[in-house]
Design a binder for this molecule. Structure first.
Ligand SMILES: CC(C)(COP(=O)(O)OP(=O)(O)OC[C@H]1O[C@@H](n2cnc3c(N)ncnc32)[C@H](O)[C@@H]1OP(=O)(O)O)[C@@H](O)C(=O)NCCC(=O)NCCS
Length: 185
């Protein structure tokens, strides 16, 4: 799989983080600035550790500390920050696996910091994750994601991105989306 090296070192793609002025000054009525995925680095570590959802969303996703610990403990997992205008705004954690004869990538965690929600970044983060997964070699067949039933906002976002509800798994609604690789032409 490519680029699957699980690495939390000091390199990353994209520009280095600073105060995030451009993002804070951005007029939210305009199209959102571009979002990129980047490995965590010494330059982004402090801002990444400050990422947090709104208090009422605390049960929806594991905090950044646990997510980074999981990324260390499970080397097959892939962690990426979502960077907008040089500022970390969220993160995701993927886990590739084989299920029967299929290659499945689970999006285990996905979040946008409460300060930056409602500006289109969640959708961009999901789309960036799907585009990245499409580049994996060998190709991925299915992408899995899940959410608790009361997380309607996330569930709607996933369905609008082409995920379909397939039942309850581990107490959450599990949704799957075939990649272009196995979608009928
Ligand atoms: C779910 C989450 C990632 C969405 O991020 P976001 O940046 O706020 O989402 P966006 O602004 O891209 O909006 C996504 C969709 O939600 C809708 N939306 C935005 N704000 C909303 C609100 N306050 N209430 C309901 N829907 C809303 C948007 O209309 C958009 O729909 P569209 O794609 O049809 O346009 C974010 O709310 C979050 O991190 N939540 C807490 C953690 C979480 O639940 N993670 C998922 C765990 S499974």
């Amino acid at each position: 799989m490519d680029p699957p090296s699980h690495h939390r070192g000091h390199t990353r793609s994209g520009s280095e983080a600073h105060g995030g002025d451009a993002l804070d000054d951005h007029d939210s009525r305009r199209a959102p600035p571009g979002l990129e995925l980047a490995e965590i680095s010494s330059a982004t570590y402090a801002a990444a550790n400050a990422l947090v959802v709104k208090p009422e969303q605390a049960g929806f996703v594991a905090p950044i500390g646990k997510t980074l610990a999981d990324a260390d403990a499970y080397p097959e997992c892939l962690f990426r920050l979502a960077i907008v205008a040089d500022q970390p705004v969220g993160y995701l954690l993927l886990r590739p696996a084989h299920v029967d004869d299929y290659r499945v990538v689970s999006i285990l965690r996905l979040m946008i910091d409460g300060r930056y929600q409602g500006r289109g970044f969640g959708r961009q983060l999901l789309e960036s994750a799907l585009a990245w997964i499409d580049t994996f070699v060998p190709p991925v067949d299915l992408v899995r994601i899940s959410a608790v039933p009361r997380n309607q906002r996330a569930l709607l976002m996933y369905e609008r991105a082409g995920f379909r509800r397939m039942g309850i798994e581990d107490g959450e609604i599990a949704l799957y989306r075939p990649t272009a690789h196995i979608r009928p032409r």
